[in-house]
Design a protein around this ligand. Structure first.
Ligand SMILES: Cc1cc2nc3c(=O)[nH]c(=O)nc-3n(C[C@H](O)[C@H](O)[C@H](O)COP(=O)(O)O)c2cc1C
Length: 212
């Protein structure tokens, strides 16, 4: 079981696509969306939080119906949720996107919500914690928090594009980052063509490419 948290940084689509792909690959997903994330979802995706299972409703609205039984969502204030305890055997927690506020809380053990508590649990239990921080530019405080988390065992995976996959749409760029997270989780995907495959298919060397 993989836990996914979506926080109020720009780019909640990164967490949403990740949940969709995890469900597609048959994973059970425990998901938490912060209040701020719902505000950003409202702004960036023109979607209003609705119903008792708001993330499932959002996924249905995007046309996703298969695999929704594998999705369990929890209120971000519910510290009685399974994700608040190390005795719940989640394999990994991905925070995508991760706001600088949640990053700071995770770096300092400030477990005031289900998301920050789950980060704390992942670190103390030495489970995989993958953070997808979104901010630019980064202050030395942000960078210091990332270094602290990296040293504590977290993986910092900023949503930085690799242009070798030659993305043409925002969807392809989102899928590139989603694929990078899935790679770290050891889950097979076909969201982008890895460089090794591009080379084996004969990716042209710069000197053989036509001038643009
Ligand atoms: C439209 C919008 C975009 C935002 N983008 C970012 C961002 O990219 N990175 C960030 O760290 N905070 C961003 N924020 C601020 C966070 O939402 C805010 O710090 C919030 O308290 C984070 O709470 P959470 O970590 O509990 O979700 C944004 C806020 C809004 C309204």
């Amino acid at each position: 079981m993989i836990a996914v948290a979506i926080t109020g940084a720009s780019g909640p689509i990164l967490g949403i696509r990740l949940v969709e792909e995890l469900l597609n690959s048959g994973q059970t997903v425990y998901a938490v969306v912060s209040d701020a994330a719902w505000s950003v979802i409202g702004h960036e995706l023109s979607y209003k939080k609705t119903g008792p299972s708001p993330l499932a409703s959002l996924l249905k609205n995007r046309g996703k119906t298969a695999g929704l039984k594998l999705l369990k969502e929890f209120d971000s204030h519910d510290l009685f949720s399974p994700l608040a305890s190390g005795s719940t055997p989640f394999e990994a927690l991905v925070v995508a996107p991760c706001s600088m506020k949640t990053l700071s809380a995770a770096a300092n053990g400030y477990a005031d919500s289900l998301i920050t508590r789950a980060c704390d649990v992942a670190l103390k239990e030495k489970r995989k914690l993958i953070l997808v921080p979104r901010e630019t530019p980064l202050s030395s405080i942000h960078l210091g928090n990332m270094l602290k988390l990296s040293r504590a065992g977290a993986v910092i995976l900023p949503p930085v594009m690799g242009f070798y996959s030659r993305p043409e749409t925002i969807g392809e760029m989102v899928d590139f980052v989603t694929g990078k997270v899935l790679n770290l989780l050891g889950i097979k995907h076909s969201l982008f063509t890895g460089w090794d495959e591009q080379v084996s298919r004969g990716a042209p060397r710069p000197d053989k490419r036509k001038a643009a």
